[in-house]
Design a protein around this ligand. Structure first.
Ligand code: GAR
Length: 197
């Protein structure tokens, strides 16, 4: 059984999609640990409810001590390594990981991004896509799952899906449609990657 480490920073609806897929036998994997860099992340509650080990590991103490991101990333990698994951899944993980972390799990870190390849990297991607649509700059948006590289929300694409935007959409409508699509795409991408390992 493949072991997953899922890194989150917030609501954890994508984590929930993984939890549900595992529970339903749709994903031949085990979630070894859920890591959050934010204490208030609801995803931690989801993990606890599912009986999954959790790790809250914030960057703030490092920043307050004047220590670099690389020190945090190295310690994070060490802690995550202890759970012996076959795959590390960044599912709404809002901390840019330096090569120190990525080197430790070379070719085994998947990232979910709520936009199409090359579009709206970083934060507020869905809102930026919505605003770009209002300005007539894009006709649709999408989501992608890709191998993580030091560059934010870039790297070889494992799976992608288009998400339509309709003229009457509110931002909340678009967010809901994007999330629905990512819940399916992320599980499919993890399954296809695990099949290939
Ligand atoms: C998701 O939309 C994910 O694609 C995005 O954060 C959200 C987390 O939602 N990630 C990024 O923006 C990475 N650049 P969730 O906590 O409900 O899974």
């Amino acid at each position: 059984m493949s072991r997953l480490a899922v890194l989150i920073s917030g609501n954890g609806s994508n984590l929930q999609a993984i939890i549900d897929a595992v529970a339903a036998g749709r994903l031949p994997a085990q979630i070894a640990v859920v890591v959050s860099n934010r204490r208030e992340a609801f995803g931690l509650v989801r993990a606890e409810r599912a009986g999954i080990p959790t790790l809250y590991f914030p960057f703030k103490p490092y920043r307050d001590a004047g220590r670099p991101r690389e020190a945090y990333d190295a310690d994070l990698a060490e802690r995550v390594s202890g759970y012996a994951p076959d795959l590390v899944v960044l599912a709404g993980w809002m901390h840019i990981l330096s090569p120190v972390f990525l080197a430790r799990f070379r070719g085994r870190v998947l990232n979910l991004h709520p936009a199409l390849p090359g579009q709206f990297p970083g934060i507020h991607s869905i809102r930026r896509a919505y605003e770009a649509y209002q300005r007539g700059e894009i006709a649709q948006t999408g989501v992608m799952v890709h191998w993580a590289v030091p560059e934010v929300d870039a790297g070889a694409v494992v799976a992608q899906a288009e998400v339509p935007i309709f003229p009457d959409d509110t931002l909340a409508d678009l967010e809901a449609r994007v999330h629905q699509t990512e819940h399916r795409l992320l599980v499919d991408a993890i399954r296809s990657v695990l099949r290939g390992t």
